[in-house]
Design a protein around this ligand. Structure first.
Ligand SMILES: C[S@@+](CC[C@H](N)C(=O)[O-])C[C@H]1O[C@@H](n2cnc3c(N)ncnc32)[C@H](O)[C@@H]1O
Length: 262
């Protein structure tokens, strides 16, 4: 594992580093399960949407340079490496990367793990053909900083795919995470791009669709797709506890696919 220079971290990055170092133990088991997923059976997000439905990965990754921004335990990177990509993974939490390194060893798979902030990746311009984030930088890093950085790292034509909470889910999610979302808007959209949940020691970023479009376009991306997958009845999550059908009516998650202009 390599570590970036000891430059001062932005406040939200330092906060989230401490938060994820503290949470890392809770993600070991699910990370191990995800690492063991056979190629072709990868699934995504809270509800496990199959890769064959949502195509988070390019159909052919063989020989592509790919980076995962906020890799956590590194299972998405492992999936990409098994599909033939030359993978680099960066994460802000040394503890999460310790798990990733252990799982690399267990599965006999090696790719660089960088301990650092996805808003300032210590790699040259135009190093990658593909960048991805599933609830990583897309949620925990400042979009004003990490989107320009992703644009810098990608070659012309390179693609960026991200999966995060949907805008409407965040607008309907009560402050208390034990309470289910309802059909009521509980917070304004304006002014809610940066969210600190009450009682939580972390900082999240939830741009509106207009924010995303403006940021992608301003950083030289063409927007290819916005997917809002529908959950099947009976799936459990904060948004569908005890058989609630919220996620069958509104998207809990969203996926943006963009390409760097050539
Ligand atoms: C939920 S995990 C994402 C990994 C995996 N896809 C998953 O869903 O478990 C979130 C990860 O984002 C990382 N992260 C948060 N802020 C980051 C930043 N500024 N740069 C890089 N990684 C960051 C955290 O350290 C954490 O490991």
């Amino acid at each position: 594992m390599s570590t970036t220079a000891d430059e001062p971290l932005p406040e939200h990055v330092a906060t989230n580093r401490a938060y994820w170092d503290g949470m890392a133990d809770e993600w070991v088991e699910s990370g191990g399960r995800a690492w063991a997923t056979p190629t072709g059976e990868e699934s995504w997000g809270i509800f496990g949407f199959p890769e064959s439905d949502i195509h988070m990965l390019p159909d052919d990754l063989a020989g592509l340079d790919a980076i995962e921004l906020g890799c956590g335990t590194g299972y998405v990177s492992a999936w990409m490496a098994r599909r033939g990509a030359r993978v680099t993974a960066i994460d802000n939490s040394a503890k999460q990367l310790e798990t990733a390194a252990e799982l690399q060893h267990k599965h006999g798979l090696a790719f660089p793990l960088i301990h650092g902030n996805a808003e300032r990746v210590p790699l040259p311009d135009a190093s990658f053909d593909f960048a991805i984030s599933e609830y990583g930088a897309v949620l925990w890093a400042d979009p004003e900083a990490w989107i320009p950085e992703a644009a810098r790292l990608l070659r012309p034509g390179g693609r960026l795919h991200v999966l995060t909470n949907s805008v409407i889910a965040i607008l309907c999610a009560p402050d208390d995470e034990n309470e289910p979302a309802t059909d009521r808007l509980v917070r304004p959209m304006f002014g809610s791009r940066r969210i600190v949940w009450p009682g939580d020691d972390s900082v999240e970023f939830h741009p509106s669709h207009g924010d995303w479009i403006a940021l992608f376009r301003a950083n030289g991306f063409d927007i290819l797709d916005l997917l809002e997958p529908q959950a099947k009845p009976g799936l459990e999550s904060r948004f569908m506890p005890g058989g609630s059908d919220w996620g069958t009516k509104w998207p809990v998650e969203e996926i943006w696919k963009v390409a760097k202009r050539g």
